[in-house]
Design a binder for this molecule. Structure first.
Ligand code: FAD
Length: 378
């Protein structure tokens, strides 16, 4: 097979990464009571499950005592569930057949219920790893091949998709001879810091849930057991808000310091997991808004490059369009019918990349013209 480029999206045991001689850096084998060590995943079907659980119907249940910690996650909201339980010293994949997996589910639930075990498999929690490099020559790594998470916060696949979105438009731009090969160097410059950031957040979430120790007396009758159950409830309730209410992680990732981003000298909002402050500061996700016709502003963006014209104008967009055309750049003007956007974006002209990242913002198109080659990787 002959190709100009290769992308190794071949998972944590990446053949491509290994062949390139690129290692993972970071922390591995982190031990915790939960989400640090060998885990068992059981995929099961039980139409009676919700009727048997003596609590409100929920998307996820957390079970905790000194013997076993686990999560039961609804898959279809009806009858299919995924259970993830921490295994203990001496328990390994060899010893867990279907019957043992069933017994473990019953132990976690605290009751027997009719169920079909669809599959069961062990997996390892406790990684926070990022490849030392994301590319070598014309070969690139993405997804778990480039970064391996402990799956707290649900960030592994999200980060993988963002890798693809970032590299996708760049490969297309080089393939169409709009950008030089050097544009592809920005893939590592932009995505590796994000992988370090996201694996670090996931590690914090895993520490938050996994370092809690359930004591033997948790299930005792009487005041001591009651106090320990209350403590567990308080800790885990606070934890789930920390781990799952994370718009800051999801939307606040930024390509600070990327050679493709034209800084306007402003500072972005602080990077915090549980808060997201929309900002059009170059290098991040453009702020969202609903348009009068009911569409999202993002749906009005062009598939390739977009120049947003905000406020009342006049705008000197024609100089930008002429230069873009000369560079072969597929740029469209978008003028949303929403006056508030100028204040939201703190600018009257904003250049949006094909991957929906603000590349530049300002007042005058003439100021953008000299930077157009740079945003394309020249
Ligand atoms: C328990 C658990 C829960 C998770 N929950 C979440 C979540 O809620 N949200 C989230 O975003 N992420 C979650 N993740 C992480 C997510 O599953 C991974 O980040 C994601 O699957 C990575 O995708 P990928 O395509 O990079 O790698 P993979 O999914 O590993 O895919 C790689 C593919 O490459 C194939 N392959 C490998 N070698 C070769 C070869 N030599 N030739 C051809 N094909 C090959 C493999 O067979 C595989 O199909 C979770 C992970 C676990 C373990």
């Amino acid at each position: 097979m002959r190709a100009q480029f290769l992308v190794g999206a071949d998972g944590p045991r990446s053949l491509v990464r290994t062949h390139l001689g690129i290692g993972y850096a970071g922390a591995s084998d982190i031990k915790r009571d939960f989400m640090g060590g060998l885990m068992l995943a059981v995929y099961l079907r039980s139409p009676q499950m919700y009727a048997r659980i003596p609590h409100d119907r929920a998307w996820m249940y957390v079970t905790v005592n000194a013997q076993r910690r686990a999560l039961l996650v609804a898959v279809d909201g009806q009858q299919d569930f995924a259970l993830h339980a921490a295994l203990q010293e001496g328990e390994d994949s060899e010893g867990i057949d279907e019957s043992a997996a069933r017994q473990l589910v019953i132990q976690v639930l605290g009751f027997d219920v009719e169920m079909e075990i669809l599959s069961h498999q062990t997996w390892m929690a406790g990684h926070a790893l990022v490849a030392e490099r994301f590319s070598k020559g014309r070969v690139f790594l993405m997804g778990d091949a480039a970064h391996l998470f402990t799956p707290t916060g649900g960030l592994g696949y999200n980060t993988a998709v963002e890798d693809a979105v970032n590299l996708g438009w760049k490969l297309a731009s080089v393939g169409k001879s709009i950008s030089p090969l050097a544009l592809l160097d920005s893939y590592e410059a932009e995505r590796r810091p994000l992988a370090v950031r996201n694996t670090s957040y996931a590690r914090q979430f895993a520490d938050s849930v996994g370092l809690f120790v359930a004591r033997e007396a948790l299930e005792d009758d009487g005041p001591q057991g009651q106090a320990l159950r209350q403590e567990a409830s308080d800790v885990l309730n606070a934890h789930v808000r920390l781990e799952f209410n994370i718009p800051g992680v999801t939307f606040g990732g930024r390509y600070e310091g990327s050679p493709l981003i034209i800084s306007d000298g402003t500072s972005p909002p602080p990077d915090t997991a549980n808060d997201y402050q929309p900002s059009a500061c170059p290098g991040g996700r453009p702020p969202h808004a609903w348009l009068p016709d009911g569409r999202s502003l993002f749906d009005a963006f062009h598939r390739e490059w977009t120049l947003l014209l905000l406020g009342q104008g006049p705008w000197d967009a024609s100089v930008v369009m002429e230069e873009a055309q000369a560079l072969g750049m597929d740029l469209s003007l978008v003028q949303p019918d929403l006056p508030e956007l100028q204040a939201l974006y703190q600018a009257s002209m904003v250049l949006i990349r094909p991957d929906h990242i603000v590349a530049w913002r300002g007042k005058h198109g003439a100021d953008l013209v000299p930077f157009l080659p740079q945003v394309l990787g020249h």
